[in-house]
Design a protein around this ligand. Structure first.
Ligand code: NAD
Ligand code: UDP
Length: 316
């Protein structure tokens, strides 16, 4: 197959490039490098069947020749990024998704939207099944990301129902692994970089909020299975093992054998406004429809991530 990955130089996108290329497909990675990096795909530069295209998907997307599938990952998913670039976040979710869907329609390509657990907002149902409509504050600081993905989901379903495009929607829960940006602001790179450098781990507020962390190879496997399925309604992909952020901080310290302390801080910017209190995927649909469930334990995934971060931090 000839496959386009938007956001292909990002964290998840670059791992998806690896997997699809090793499966014998041709891959076009498209990215405007606003948060992604060519370093993530540098090892693929001369790989047969791989092309990188520097392009902003909010501009018309022109691809010559046939296209069998589009994984649409371009987005600004880190709270630090979407709080700092709210309009770009809305544009990539709305106009970028419109352009990618238009391309899928024109080429007769399958389409997968990388959506998010943030569509559930600060959830009132726990764990979250796909049937839950969510609890999102549209005018809060997180609204720019959450609503961009909710709009993207609605647009994807409209292209499916109106134009018969073979669409798929993955609701991705917190995913981590090598190639996350060290200064991305999300909890895994923050804690990992802090622990490896002996700096205090910055737990926001009292650390009682919960999250569930999925290793990137498990997630990518789920994305590929979903793309190759006939399922058009949203499917949660994530690891159901839930813990508080304080428990997570302790685990990162343990796995990295760090001497770091934990400090509790109350960020003065808006990053914890409307921060979901709990988050855990109900993956019943992924299990039954895709035969998928995560296989990498959190301890093992954190060890693999730490090994990659050590090289980049030069703290070995
Ligand atoms: P990332 O920031 O590493 O990757 C996003 C990529 O999109 C970056 O390379 C960025 O440069 C690119 N991009 C942004 N705007 C663009 C534009 N206008 N044109 C072209 N490229 C653009 O983030 P990630 O964690 O790899 O996320 C990938 C996808 O998965 C996103 O759609 C995100 O919403 C979704 N997701 C991720 C997580 C997670 O925990 N990592 C959770 C839920 C959903
Ligand atoms: N968090 C934290 N310290 C940090 C970074 C994040 O306590 O240095 C918390 C954050 O407030 C949230 C959780 O960790 O409750 C996960 O945050 P992240 O930014 O990774 O993504 P989110 O799940 O909120 O999209």
């Amino acid at each position: 197959m000839r496959i386009l990955i938007t956001g292909g130089a990002g964290f998840i996108g670059s791992h998806l490039c690896d997997v699809l290329l090793s499966g014998g497909h041709e891959v076009i990675a498209m990215d405007n490098l606003i948060t992604g990096s060519l370093r993530n795909i540098a090892h693929l530069k001369d790989a047969p069947g791989f092309v990188f295209v520097h392009h902003d998907v909010t501009e018309y997307i022109a691809i010559e020749g046939s296209l069998d599938a589009i994984y649409h990952l371009a987005s600004l998913p880190s709270p630090v990024d979407y709080l700092g670039m709210p309009i770009k976040t809305l544009k990539v979710g709305a106009i970028g998704t419109l352009n990618a869907l238009g391309l899928a329609k024109a080429k007769g390509a399958r389409f997968l939207l990388a959506s998010t657990s943030e569509v559930y907002g600060d959830p009132l149902i726990h764990p979250q099944p796909e049937s839950y409509w969510g609890n999102v504050n549209p005018v809060g600081p997180r609204g720019v990301y959450d609503e961009s993905k909710r709009f993207a989901e609605a647009l994807t379903m409209a292209y499916c129902r109106t134009h018969g495009v073979s669409t798929h929607i993955a609701r991705i829960f917190n995913t981590y692994g090598p190639r996350m940006r060290l200064n991305d602001g999300r909890v895994v790179p923050n804690f990992m970089a802090q622990a490896l450098q002996g700096a205090p781990l910055t737990v926001y507020d009292d650390g009682s909020r919960t999250r569930s962390f999925c290793y990137v190879s498990d997630l990518v496997d789920g994305l590929v299975r979903l793309m190759n399925s006939d399922e058009t309604m949203p499917v949660n992909l994530g690891n159901p093992r839930e813990m508080t952020i304080l428990q997570f901080a302790r685990l990162v310290i343990e796995v990295t054998e760090s001497r770091s302390e934990i400090v509790f801080i109350a960020p003065t910017d808006q990053r914890t406004k409307d921060d979901p209190q709990t988050r855990q995927p109900d993956i019943t649909r992924a299990r039954t429809i895709l035969g998928w469930e995560p296989g990498v334990s959190l301890e093992e995934g954190l060890r693999l991530t730490a090994a990659a971060f050590v090289q980049r931090l030069d703290v070995a």
